[in-house]
Design a protein around this ligand. Structure first.
Ligand SMILES: [Fe+2]
Ligand SMILES: [Fe+2]
Length: 370
């Protein structure tokens, strides 16, 4: 295995990664390497133990090795999700429902690559040889091998309903993570977030409007859409981390990662419950968006819902326990069959593929001309 020593070598490696995952659409190949930093929104550290001191412009300014390690870890996790999502979405390039959708997925994938590049840039620029090694590893783990660092990013994105559900719920988790990093004490990370958040909002919009278009078209029954919500949303809850997480607590104390509403929230946080706090805010936002979808579903009994936080979790206090989508406890003997009945199975995928053969399963949009 060759080793990345400098930018040129990383970029070669990136091209090799593009080849190896089969990205040959020209727009994706012509990817421009652009690092973007927003204007500083605060010059002093905004919360935690070092509050009031000047933000750290380089690693040398960070007073403790443990803080540098935790910071590197946050950047690695963020970067890993960016490249993973491109691996997950690439299969959809061959069967877009319209040119409009092909344009928008191409934009989403280019921006995810840019986000991955931005994180790789920080790693290579600030974290020495170890940072370069980590930036290289971002291109070596593979979603389809289950090697990505977080559960959602090893799941299969099989079809365009998956894609819209993914961009609605998983990219929305991304928005929460980026916002929490945007108040970081490490200035280059904090200033990376403004431009990333701006791009990310397009991804969420793609998911939200995609789902609206599917619901309005009325071909895919709500019960089938619900199964895809049940597939993805619990993995998004997991992305917020464990309950009572000590690493979240330290990241807060050290000023590396704040609350989603850090700048507006004047209350002292319960530092033991930071992840739960973010997870709940995230769920509330999802509920509001799903309510808007239900405006187009006249039959109340068929309304879509956001699963309860306890349903089908893999990490945290509810991990591997048996709860219904509504959060009711269930007997372990019945649970496996229940879970199979509320998440998409082989026959659901087959049925969806069948529906998707016609173009009328989604409200059509026109592609822009540029
Ligand atoms: Fe991203
Ligand atoms: Fe995204």
């Amino acid at each position: 295995m060759r080793k990345v020593h400098n930018w040129d070598e990383w970029i070669d490696y990136f091209r090799y990664w593009q080849d190896s995952i089969g990205l040959d659409r020209q727009e994706l190949r012509r990817f421009k390497f652009e690092v973007k930093f927003g204007e500083p929104e605060a010059t002093n550290i905004e919360f935690g133990h070092y509050q009031g001191q000047q933000k750290w412009p380089t690693l040398m300014h960070i007073p403790d090795q443990r803080i540098r390690d935790a910071l590197q870890n946050l950047i690695v996790y963020q970067g890993d999700t960016e490249f993973a999502s491109v691996e997950q979405q690439r299969n959809l390039l061959t069967n877009p429902p319209s040119d409009y959708d092909l344009q928008s997925i191409t934009r989403v994938m280019c921006e995810e690559m840019r986000h991955g590049w931005q994180m790789s840039y920080l790693l290579c620029e600030h974290f020495g040889d170890e940072g370069k090694r980590e930036a290289q590893k971002l291109l070596e783990r593979r979603a389809e091998e289950g090697e990505r660092l977080l559960g959602s990013f090893n799941e299969i994105v099989d079809n365009w309903l998956d894609f819209f559900t993914y961009t609605q719920f998983i990219d929305r988790d991304g928005k929460f993570q980026l916002k929490m990093l945007s108040v970081s004490a490490f200035d280059p990370l904090a200033r990376s977030m403004g431009p990333m958040l701006k791009e990310e909002s397009y991804h969420l919009g793609t998911g939200n409007s995609g789902l609206l278009r599917v619901v309005k078209a009325g071909r895919v029954e709500p019960e089938l859409i619900q199964k895809f919500f049940n597939k993805w949303v619990p993995t998004a809850f997991d992305l917020f981390g464990t309950d009572h997480s000590s690493s979240a607590q330290w990241a807060y104390v050290w000023g590396l990662k704040g609350r989603f509403d850090e700048r507006e929230n004047s209350m002292t946080p319960d530092k033991a419950l930071l992840n739960d706090y973010a997870r709940q805010l995230y769920r509330d936002e999802c509920v509001r968006l799903v309510d808007r979808l239900n405006d187009y579903l006249p039959d109340r009994d068929r309304w879509l819902k956001v699963p309860d936080i306890k349903f089908n979790r893999r990490i945290g206090q509810h991990a591997r326990q048996q709860y219904t989508v509504d959060g009711q406890p269930m007997s372990p003997e019945r649970y496996d069959a229940y879970l199979a009945s509320v998440t998409p199975g082989a026959s659901d995928y087959a049925r969806l593929h069948e529906i998707m053969k016609d173009r009328d399963w989604i409200e059509q949009r026109k592609a822009s001309q540029n």
